[in-house]
Design a protein around this ligand. Sequence first.
Ligand SMILES: *Cc1c(COP(=O)(O)O)cnc(C)c1O
Length: 359
Amino acid sequence: MGFAPLPPDPSLPPLRVNLYSDTQTKPTAPMRAAIAAAEVGDEQAGADPTVNLLCERMAALLGKEAAVFLPSGTMCNEIAILTHCRPGDEILAHRTAHISTSEGGAPWALAGARVLPLEGPHGTFDVATLTAAFRPRTRYAPPQALVAVEQTSNLGGGAVWKLAALNDIAAAAHDAGLATHMDGARLMNAVVASGISAREMGAGYDSVWLDFTKGLGAPVGAALAGSAEFIGAAWRWKQRLGGAMRQAGICAAACLYALDHHVERLADDHENARALARGLAQIPGITVELPETNLVFFDTSGTGMTAETLAAHARRQGVLISTMGKFRGRACLHLDVDRAGVEEAIAVLRAAAATEMAA
Ligand SMILES: *Cc1c(COP(=O)(O)O)cnc(C)c1O
């Protein structure tokens, strides 16, 4: 299910429309040119000029004192957790949060911190839910150290947290003496969808990061930002975990290119997501969650087939989607899928749904 690796299968036709994930984009020719032209140095010695430039830009974009370049978003989350928490600590996050569901249990395994799952619509939770989960600060209760939010919420259907809600959650956390963390894997999708800046969204959060390998279309890299002190401490974990790199400007150049050329165009992905949702909604038996950004979640139960079966039918016609539950399918829009691809995907999924009904 979901993110199972995809072994190449020679019996399948070539992929025509890849809606599996926005991580599947390939670097464009101009991005590859930027990579080829990158000035590089020893990143872990602070001597890679391209990485340094990227970190300065990210600190400014996210409104923080400093930033650090890391190989992946998962490492941003886990280094932030390792920096904020001690073994035995508790983190409060939505039940569906990536840190709980998709990082191999890393908060427990690496930081010795457990994640307390909170409920709420579309991957979000409100202040009342948060404060109801606060424990007394006694020596009996696990110390609560961190509140984490996801902007946008992946399993929440790409939903965008409202600015007021982000600020209220951060204020309540800080009032109770907890630190705050924003998983901004798709933060720029939220920025483009809402018109609210990344700096404003992250203002209440002690650590914020952005992934360059989702809709931004870079091959490697993410940047974690926070106070100078926090980033200093994060660097020790980067070194310990083997995330300190050498001529990483090769990767950072692609990220800088993505910041310059692939942010505004996220609006196209959002428009394509809405077009796909409208098309899917017209297929008998399929119910669609209205997309706010680039992720389209839909339910296949009305077709009588599982999401897995529908996905298998579609794959045989060259369209790839992912599955996030027995009857829950997901299609991700990104820069390698245009409107013609959306129309083709709708036609293929319509035929796939009808096949099974006729059977
Ligand atoms: C993809 C993702 C991550 C992890 O990022 P990687 O770069 O794949 O390690 C973390 N959080 C969310 C919400 C994501 O969607």
